[in-house]
Design a protein around this ligand. Structure first.
Ligand code: ZN
Length: 177
């Protein structure tokens, strides 16, 4: 789905050193990210950089294409802890949940998305070790949103169109991924 940004929200889409997150309609957000064949120091730096950018933007998750890198690396931070996942794959999913999502690459737009309630995710951590996480509820929502980014899929593609609306992304209840 293509998003038309209302004039009053256009300032949020400027990308500069202060707001370094890639925004629509940058084509990297619609491309398929490449798997990481071997975790190197470059990926550890990428993970640290992504974590810092996400925290600065008060995000709850971020994917490498959102910082301009088309590789399969995501950070999920549904609570206080930030988890870096390289080459994440959903190996099991159960149930469903409907909840509101926003995206750091479409600041100000929110809408309800149906997701699996529980997912098991296999990935590689920044040391190169295979890790498996079982996530449910909000954490499961965030990881599904971020993995979608690696395939060029954005939440607006899956959102119930009737629920899509613009509001101030700096409002306290406005989580974005
Ligand atoms: Zn997003």
């Amino acid at each position: 789905m293509d998003v038309i940004v209302p004039p009053e929200w256009e300032h949020l889409f400027i990308r500069d050193t202060h707001r370094s997150i890639v925004k629509i309609p940058d084509p990297i957000l619609r491309s398929k990210a490449k798997p990481v064949s071997r975790v190197t120091e470059r990926h550890r730096l990428l993970v640290d950089n992504m974590t810092n950018i996400m925290k600065k933007a008060s995000g709850v998750g971020i994917a490498a294409p959102q910082v301009g890198v088309a590789e399969r690396v995501i950070i999920v931070s549904p609570g206080n802890k930030a988890i870096a996942l390289i080459n994440p794959v959903i190996t099991r999913s159960e149930g469903e949940q409907v909840g509101e999502e926003g995206c750091l690459s479409i600041p100000g737009l929110y809408g309800d998305v149906k997701r699996a309630f529980l997912v098991e995710v296999e990935a590689v951590d920044k040391k190169g070790n295979t890790v498996t996480y079982e996530m449910e509820g909000f954490a499961a929502r965030v990881v599904q949103h971020e993995i979608d980014h690696l395939d060029g899929v954005m939440f607006v593609d899956k959102a119930d169109p009737a629920t899509l609306h613009w509001r101030d992304p700096d409002a306290a209840d406005s989580d974005a991924e």
